[in-house]
Structures are given as C-alpha cells and as structure tokens.
Design a protein around this ligand. Structure first.
Ligand code: NZQ
Ligand code: ZN
Length: 393
C-alpha cells in the first residue's frame, strides 16, 4: 500500500426528503445570497426547484437563479454565472442537478475565488489557492462530482474538454435523496451505472501491488452497483436500488477506492476527447465503448488482476491452464452487462467514424508529446489501435 492523503470534507445528508433542509444548512453556515444553478429544466418539472426555493425562503435567504447548464458543461455559461454572482453579491453557489451542473458550479466558484477566467486556470493547470463555497442537491447518480475534487469543462472553441482537480474544489455539503433520481431516464441511468463502475475500475486496474483491502472494497462496490443497476433500469422507482447507486456514485469517486494506489484514468482521458469533440456523446456512453477495447488491449500486462476481476466480480471460473481465457471472459461479461442495460459498446453506435481517430488521439496526447500512462504508455499509435478495436461492424 502506497502512502496517501485522504480528504473528504463534504458533509453528506442522505435519505428521503433531506433536500428540504438545504435552507437551514446554508443559514447555519452564515451565507446570505445564493446562486441556484441547474440544467435544462428537469428539476422544475419534478418539483425539486420549488422544494429548494421554499427551503431558502423559509430561512430568509435570498437567491438568484441560473439554469441552462448543458450536459458536458460549457465555459460560456460559466462566465455568465461569474458575472451574475459578482453583480448580485452572491456568497454561496447551490448546484441542483448532476455532474454537469455541479462542475459548472465548481468552475463559477473557481473564477470568483481567484477573480480570473476559470478556463485559463484549467488549460494552464493553475492550482487553486482559494475556494468559493459550493453545495449540492444531487439529482443523478453518476459522475461523483458531489464529493470529488474534480471538475470537467468544455470549450466549444477547439472542441476541448478538460478537467482540473484540487481538494479546494470539493463541495462543502451534498444533499442526496435517492427519490430525486426516480425520474432519470433509462439511458441516463445506464450512463450513470457505467461511470460509477469506471471510477472504481480506473483505480482498480493499476500496477500497484499489495492493495488487497481496497481491491476487496472495490469488488464489493462493483458487484453491488451491477446488481442495483439491473433493478434500477427495470424499476426506476425502486428506492433501495436508487440508494445503492447514489451512495456508490460518491464512494466511487471521493478518493476512497484509490487510497494506497497510483491511478492514471486512461479510459477517462480518452473519453473526454470523444465527448469533447462530439457533444452528443454522454460521458457514460463514451466510457462503455472505450473500456472493453482498452481492457482487451492491456490485460496481458496484468493478467492476474484481470483474472481476479473476472472471478470476483463476474463469477467466472478460473482456468489455471489458460489464465488469459479467464481474463478475457471477465471483460466479455462486462461488455455483455453494458449491452444488457442498453449502453453502446461500439463507435458505430455513437455515430462516430474512423476519420476522427487521429485528431482525438493527437489531442489526447498533446500532439504525441505526452502519452497516457497505463500499464504501458499509450501514445498516439496505441490510442488509435484502441479506438479501432471499438469501431464495431
Ligand atoms: O439538464 P437537465 O434538464 O437537468 O437534465 C439532465 C441531463 O439532460 C438529466 N437529469 C439530471 N437529473 C435528472 C435528470 N433527468 C430527469 N430526472 C433527474 N432527476 O440528465 C442529463 C445528464 O446530466 P449530466 O449532469 O450531464 O450527467 P452526469 O451526472 O453524468 O454528468 C456528466 C458530466 O460530468 C463529467 C462528465 O465528463 C460530464 O461532463 N464528469 C465529472 C466528474 C467530476 N466532476 O468528478 C467525473 C466524471 O468522470 C465525469 O468526467
Ligand atoms: Zn467519469
């Protein structure tokens, strides 16, 4: 186990109806004017917006609103949000939504805290020195941004999607009521399941040795998500299944499953190029296409771990004579699981052709200068090979 720092400052309120107390929590913390930040309107349709404003009004907290965050959140609206907060003397940002809304809120906070354009900080990898408080009412179990140190922003100029990670970007609180996710579509539920699994898998498949404790926690999380995922897809208002997915969303990306390890997130880095260049691609859908291809490309460099994954997560019987059969069967069962929840597993299903592979691989490796770290370094050529393995017929 490698040495590590572990910091999860986000106060979590979990359970039915918890979002009604968001006003009390903000008042307790002494904030006076809130920006309510949200997406394309699902929270208004479901009545979540009304619950939140009642909670703020009951505590005498004033607020302004900014909706319109798109999936794969854009820098333009973030800049608008910064101006609005400055003009309105906002001292707290409340993100009501999924990963895109939370990331947009984090970026507005980053800009406000430093009085600087957040895209400039993201692209130049400038570490934050201050934080602006962001709280969350979560409506979608997926990205884990409600507790993560990360945020991901898209700049349509250059079609770049980039992340900046820092502990100062972790939300101060997260209200999580699984009932709020009953209205999430089958497709977005599937994307969420894939993303949750991937946040643990990117930390599971590393070169590190002696990681048994965290590997067992990771395998347990993956099995629970796999089972709850099947139920949530069939029964969208199954509380226990939605609750498992919601808490797994946070546990999978708050850093826990990466403790004592050194994870590099190669599949995420490739996916960010896909959804950065093709805005119609949801992050989870891009991941479900790329993971099986990446796994088939690298499994031979850590065959024991891929066998362990196959046996402990997918109940594959170990073939001691031909361990590669076991490893490949585990990857195959994961791919079949993605298909069973109607997630795409080929570029063809995403409507993306081979003509874009060169450009995406180029962007992903900074023109070939910075290969992705994985079991082996993945340069442009290797990434194009992986993309080709996901083309589909
Ligand atoms: O915009 P509205 O109308 O709210 O609809 C959203 C959106 O269309 C809908 N939705 C959310 N809650 C709903 C709902 N629909 C019905 N009922 C509800 N209760 O779902 C759609 C997708 O929302 P989005 O926030 O984009 O999804 P997700 O949570 O998967 O976030 C994806 C973004 O997070 C980034 C991704 O790259 C992507 O940009 N990520 C952020 C991470 C982080 N900050 O730590 C880590 C991840 O790896 C990921 O990269
Ligand atoms: Zn992700």
């Amino acid at each position: 186990m490698l040495g590590f720092e572990y910091f999860t400052p986000t106060k979590v309120y979990f359970g039915r109806g918890v979002e009604k107390n968001v006003g009390k929590e903000i008042k307790k913390r002494g904030y006076k004017k809130v920006l309510i930040h949200y997406g394309g309107g699902s929270i208004k349709k479901a009545g979540i917006f009304d619950t939140v404003i009642k909670s703020l009004n009951d505590e005498g907290i004033s607020w302004v609103e900014l909706g319109g965050v798109e999936p794969n959140p854009k820098i333009g609206l973030i800049r608008e949000g910064i101006k609005l907060c400055q003009n309105e003397n906002v001292d707290f940002i409340l993100a009501v939504g999924g990963g895109s809304v939370i990331d947009s809120a984090k970026s507005i906070g980053l800009g406000l805290a430093h009085n600087r354009d957040p895209w400039d900080m993201i692209i130049n990898r400038i570490a934050p020195e201050k934080s602006f408080p962001v709280g969350v009412v979560l409506t979608l179990a997926a990205a884990g941004s409600e507790m993560s140190n990360s945020h991901v922003v898209t700049n349509p100029e250059g079609k770049l999607k980039r992340s900046l990670n820092h502990d100062l970007l972790r939300p101060v609180f997260a209200f999580m009521n699984p009932e709020l996710t009953y209205t999430v579509s089958k497709f977005q539920t599937g994307c969420g399941i894939v993303d949750i699994m991937m946040h643990t898998l990117e930390r599971y498949f590393t070169k590190d040795q002696d990681t048994d404790l965290i590997d067992r926690i990771s395998e347990g999380l993956l099995v629970a998500v796999k089972e709850a995922g099947k139920v949530a897809i069939k029964e969208p208002d199954n509380y226990e299944a939605r609750a498992t997915l919601m808490w797994a969303s946070s546990l999978s990306h708050n850093g826990l499953t990466g403790t004592g390890k050194n994870a590099f997130f190669p599949v995420h880095k490739m996916e960010h190029e896909v959804s950065g260049m093709f805005d119609h691609v949801a992050h989870g859908a891009g991941l479900s296409v790329l993971f099986p291809a990446w796994a088939k490309y690298v499994y031979k460099y850590h065959i024991d771990k891929f066998c362990r994954f196959a046996v402990n997560v997918w109940n594959v019987e170990m073939n001691f004579e031909h361990p590669e059969y076991t490893a490949l069967e585990g990857i195959h069962r994961m791919e079949e699981y993605f298909k069973s929840i109607d997630m795409p597993v080929t570029f063809k299903e995403l409507g993306i052709g081979e003509d874009s592979f060169e450009e995406m691989a180029d962007k992903c490796t900074n023109g070939g200068k910075d290969p992705l770290k994985s079991y082996i370094d993945l340069g442009k050529e290797e990434i194009i090979e992986i993309f080709k393995m996901a083309v589909g017929n």
